[in-house]
Design a protein. Structure first.
Length: 255
């Protein structure tokens, strides 16, 4: 097994940016194969890293250990074939929390500042008992393909959604005031999300957008609506190239 899983833009197309995907609790790099391939098809270089360990408080502060892992992943990509900007971090569940906490440390020496972040399925402080595997799948997704992917992957850690997240990490993530553009994605059927906190965060951050996905569960990047969610992410990525100005605006609509 390699340390990272890479998805490259189709041959002959100019790479439009570099995406680092950070899985969440219990997930593996294989969990994001479909998502990575879809972004790569739109000419983005995608690197999926292992899920960070957030099971214990980091004595150096929230985001410290993860920052080292992230920097290594970015720098090794730069050594291979360069990092095409924008550099965007995409995280799910605890991976999204780790990114959000890391942003508060991104101005430190030796830590590369991302150009933007996508935070999907940010968990709140509400705890849930993992129950059976079917119960956990019901919390995660209603997509039969994704349910099968999780079930067939022997490295997926079942019951992980019941793992506690350190309060210091939750605080650092939800109260960060990073100025980088941020797309917050949440399913309206996600029982682990704190919609109120996410709404306040989107309003308080200088360049944040909260997108609520109708019918989606906790694994919002991989749920039944994954095509629409990927399109929302690509729209965000493309808008970065023009000062966050949407490429397409709707001036009139009958629906």
């Amino acid at each position: 097994m390699t340390e990272y899983t890479d998805h490259h833009a189709p041959e002959g197309l100019r790479t439009r940016g570099t995406i680092i995907v950070v899985p969440g609790r219990g997930e593996t790099r294989a969990t994001y194969t479909r998502f990575g391939r879809r972004l790569a098809a739109d000419a983005y270089r995608v690197r999926v890293i292992d899920a960070p360990d957030v099971s214990a408080d980091d004595p150096a502060g929230p985001g410290a250990a993860f920052g080292g892992l992230l920097t290594e992943a970015v720098e090794s990509a730069a050594a291979e074939d360069g990092v095409i900007r924008p550099l965007v971090l995409v995280g799910a569940d605890s991976g999204a929390l780790a990114i959000a906490a890391f942003l508060g440390r991104a101005g430190q020496a030796g830590v590369r500042q991302p150009d933007a972040v996508v935070l999907a399925g940010l968990p709140g402080r509400a705890a849930t008992a993992p129950g059976t595997w079917e119960d956990e799948l019901d919390v995660r997704t209603s997509c039969p393909t994704h349910r099968g992917t999780l079930t067939r992957d022997p490295r997926v850690r079942r019951g992980s959604l019941g793992d506690p997240i350190p309060d210091a990490l939750l605080t650092a993530a939800h109260e960060n005031e990073a100025a980088v553009p941020a797309l917050l994605l949440v399913g309206d059927a996600d029982p682990l999300a704190d919609r109120g906190t996410l709404g306040r965060a989107a309003k308080s951050l200088p360049r944040a957008r909260l997108a609520v996905v109708r019918g989606a569960h906790h694994d919002v990047l991989n749920d039944l609506q994954h095509r629409s969610v990927a399109a929302e992410v690509v729209t965000f990525l493309e808008a970065l190239r023009d000062g966050l100005t949407p490429v397409v605006t709707v001036e009139a609509s009958a629906w």
